[in-house]
Write a protein that binds this ligand. Structure first.
Ligand code: TYD
Length: 212
C-alpha cells in the first residue's frame, strides 16, 4: 500500500508517546502499510552524536540558543538520512518528536521565542512539515510521576528542569494547537492506555482514509 505520509507525535515527558507509537506502528503494518517508526535522532550516527551533547547532564553551561541550534542540526540529519528517503518510497512515517518539540521547549519554555526557533528550523527542514501531529496531553505532575515509576528510563538534562519549565512546555504546545488547528490533534493522555490508543488510531485512520 503506497500511502507516503509524514506524521509526528508530540507531548511532554511521561505522556506515553512511545508505547502508543509502537502500538500504532504494529497495527498499521498488520494492515499492510509500509511503516517507518522513528524518533529523533533515530539512530543516525551524526544526529546521535549531536544528541549526546545536548542531553549530557554534565553540560550545565549550555546556552539556550546553542541547544536550539543543535536540535535543529540533529533534526536536519535525521530528516535527510532517514525520513525523506522513506517518504519517497511511499512509507508512512511515525516520528516521535519533531519541530513542535523545539517550538514548545526551546521557543516557548526556554523563552527564545517561537518565531525565532521556527526560523532556524525552517532552514533545517526546508518546508517538510508533518501532515498530521498527534499531541499527547498530560499534566506535568502526572507525566513526571509516570517517569519516576518507570524504572530503567534514563534521566536526561531536560527531565531535570523544574516543574514550572514543564508547565511552560505544555503551554507552548497549547499555543501551537492554536497556531496549527488543522495539523495538530490533541489526545487526552491521562486516560487508560487502551483509550489513549483508540483516540490516536481513530484520528490517524480519519486522515489516512481521506488521503487514500
Ligand atoms: P527523550 O529521551 O527522547 O525523551 P522523550 O521520551 O520524552 O521523547 O529526550 C528528548 C528530550 O529532548 C525531551 O526532554 C524533549 C527534549 N527536546 C527538546 O527540548 N527539543 C527538541 O527539539 C526535541 C526533539 C526534544
Amino acid at each position: 500500500m503506497n500511502t507516503g505520509m509524514f506524521i509526528t507525535v508530540e507531548g511532554p515527558e511521561g505522556a506515553g508517546k512511545t508505547t502508543i507509537i509502537n502500538m500504532l506502528a504494529n497495527r498499521l503494518a498488520e494492515e499492510g502499510h509500509q511503516v517507518l517508526q522513528t524518533r529523533e535522532p533515530g539512530g543516525i550516527g551524526i544526529a546521535e552524536q549531536i544528541r549526546g551533547v545536548i542531553l549530557d547532564t554534565n553540560n550545565t553551561k549550555m546556552d539556550p540558543r546553542t541547544e536550539a541550534l543543535l536540535y535543529a542540526a540533529a533534526r536536519r540529519q535525521h530528516l535527510v538520512e532517514r525520513v525523506m528517503p522513506a517518504l519517497e518510497k511511499g512509507y508512512l512515517i511515525l516520528c516521535d518528536r519533531f519541530i513542535d518539540s523545539s517550538l514548545a521547549y526551546q521557543g516557548y519554555a526556554r523563552g527564545l521565542g517561537m518565531e525565532e526557533v521556527f526560523s532556524i528550523n525552517s532552514f533545517a527542514i526546508e518546508g517538510m512539515m508533518p501532515e498530521l501531529t498527534l499531541y499527547f496531553d498530560i499534566q506535568p505532575e502526572e507525566g513526571l510521576e509516570r517517569i519516576n515509576q518507570h524504572k530503567g528510563r534514563e534521566v536526561n538534562r531536560l527531565d531535570l528542569e523544574n516543574l514550572n519549565f514543564h508547565h511552560q512546555v505544555r503551554k507552548g504546545y497549547f499555543k501551537l494547537m492554536e497556531l496549527y488547528p488543522e495539523r495538530i490533534f490533541r489526545i487526552d493522555a491521562s486516560k487508560p492506555i487502551e483509550e489513549v490508543y483508540q483516540q490516536a488510531e481513530r484520528k490517524l485512520k480519519e486522515i489516512l482514509n481521506g488521503k487514500i
